[in-house]
Write a protein that binds this ligand. Sequence first.
Ligand SMILES: C[S@@+](CC[C@H](N)C(=O)[O-])C[C@H]1O[C@@H](n2cnc3c(N)ncnc32)[C@H](O)[C@@H]1O
Length: 290
Amino acid sequence: MTAPTPQQAPLVDARNADMAAAWNGAEGEDWAARADRFDAASAAFDPALAGAAGIAAADRVLDVGCGAGTSTRAAARAAPAGHATGVDVSAPLLAEARRRSAAAGLANTTFVWADAQVHPFDPAAYDVAISRFGAMFFGDPVAGFANVARALRPGGRLALLTWQPLARNEWLLVIRRTLSAGRPLPEPPSDAPGPFGLADPDHVRRVLAAAGFSAVDLTALPGAVRLGADTDDAFGFVTGLGPARGLLGGLDAGTRRAALEELRAALADHETPDGVLLGAAAWAITARRR
Ligand SMILES: C[S@@+](CC[C@H](N)C(=O)[O-])C[C@H]1O[C@@H](n2cnc3c(N)ncnc32)[C@H](O)[C@@H]1O
C-alpha cells in the first residue's frame, strides 16, 4: 500500500498507483469536464448493461469505477427501494458524480473515493455489482474481483461492460492509424490493466473463477461509438482524448499537422445523419458470486 496523499485515494494498492495518478490528474479532469461527451460516445452499450444487471427494485448495487456516475444513477433509478454505491479512484470524477446525483435529486446514491481492488467494503453488503467500462484497470485483477466478490452476498450477480480486443474497435484503430504518422505502435496487451484488460475471454474466465465467481458468461456486443454530431465536433472530442494527446505529443509541428488532417478526413468519412459513428465491439460479462 502507498500512503494517502492529496492526489491519491486512501489505500491505493501500489500496483494501481500510476492508474490512480492518471485518473486524479489530466485523464480524470478531462473525463469530468466532458462527462456528457463520454456518456454519448458509449451510450449504445447502456441497454446491454441494464439487461445484464437485471436490477430489482430493492437491490443494493455496487458500481465499480463509476466515473461521473451515470450508471450509478441508472442503477439507483432501477432500485427505488434499494441503493446504489459508486466507487472510483478518481476525485475529480467523484465530485462530478456527486454534483450530478444531487442535481437529479437522487437520495439513494452514495459515492466512495477508493481503490476498488483493496477497499474494505462491508462483506456481503451488495446484491449486484456492475461496471460500465470501469473494471479493466486493476493492477491485480484477481485480487480486485475477489474484493468485489467479498462485497457481494453469496449468489450475488456481477455485470460488466468491457471492450473487445483493439482489432474489433475501429474507433481506436482510426485514431492510432492516423496519429501514429507511420510510427509502429505496440499492441495493447489483452491481459494488462487498461481499456483492453478484460478483452480476452479466456483471461476473463480465469480471473473471475479465481476471484470466486461462477457461471461466467460473455456476450459479444457489436456496435458503434458516437464521437460527435459532425466532423468538427468529433475532431474536437477525439483530439482531447488521452490516447490522441499521447500520440500527438511525440510529433514535430509539420507531421502533427498532416496527422491531424488525416484524422479529420477519416472522421469525415464516418459522418452520418446520426453523427460521426465508428465501429466498436464490447463484451457484456455476467457471473455469480459462489
Ligand atoms: C473508462 S472510465 C469509465 C467511467 C464510468 N464507468 C463511465 O462509464 O463513464 C474508468 C473508470 O475507472 C476508474 N478506476 C480505475 N481504476 C480503478 C480502481 N482501482 N478502483 C476504482 N476505480 C478505478 C477510473 O477512475 C475511471 O473513472
